[in-house]
Design a protein around this ligand. Structure first.
Ligand SMILES: [Cu+2]
Length: 185
């Protein structure tokens, strides 16, 4: 394998490793995919996931047998496939989550939704706020309870503070790429 290929593979591995808290990809039904075979409980599947804005949802299925319709809550509840908000039928459809709340999907082939081929992707806002809580400055009421925060332009009092060693992800990958290229040069 050529060096450049090794470097690319290495970088992809690094980027994957450092994206644990970033956007995730969720394949509906996991290995089973989007189907009526096996009585897959998509409610149960969705309950095990922590959907976030920016995540990608993949519907993988046999395009001759199924499709994917985005519907309203009412249509979802009653398995009404007569006027979907949107429809996909490639057999390998991806949806990027761009907003909070419920995203209802069902298979529009007659009988399939009734057989359980429907899913509610619920993107909870509270979870997202928690994930980004540390990115926001403390509110006046909470800062009164917390220890004083040094001004941004003054170095932290303790040089041994672990937080001072945190390197931004992009810089870390660049440094690793540099080290790798030196090693293979
Ligand atoms: Cu179907």
């Amino acid at each position: 394998m050529a060096f450049i290929e090794k470097a690319v593979v290495f970088l992809m591995m690094m980027m994957t490793a450092f994206q644990v808290s970033d956007a995730a990809v969720h394949k509906v039904g996991d290995s089973a995919g989007w189907t009526i075979i096996g009585n897959i409980d998509y409610k149960k599947w969705a309950a095990t996931k922590n959907f976030q804005v920016g995540d990608t949802i993949i519907f993988e299925y046999n395009a001759k047998l199924h499709n994917v319709m985005r519907v309203t809550h009412e249509m979802y509840k009653s398995c009404n496939a007569s006027s979907p908000l949107s429809m996909m039928s490639s057999g390998n459809d991806t949806i990027k989550i761009t907003n909070h709340g419920h995203h209802f999907f069902l298979c529009g082939v007659p009988g399939h939704c009734q057989a359980g081929q429907k899913v509610d992707i619920n993107v909870v806002k509270v979870t997202d706020a928690d994930a980004h809580a540390h990115a926001h400055a403390p509110t006046p009421s909470s800062s009164a309870m917390a220890s004083p925060v040094p001004p941004a332009n003054v170095p932290a009092p303790s040089p041994n503070n672990a937080s001072s060693f945190i390197v931004p992800k992009a810089q870390l990958i660049a440094l690793l790429a540099l080290a790798l290229s030196t090693y293979y040069a």
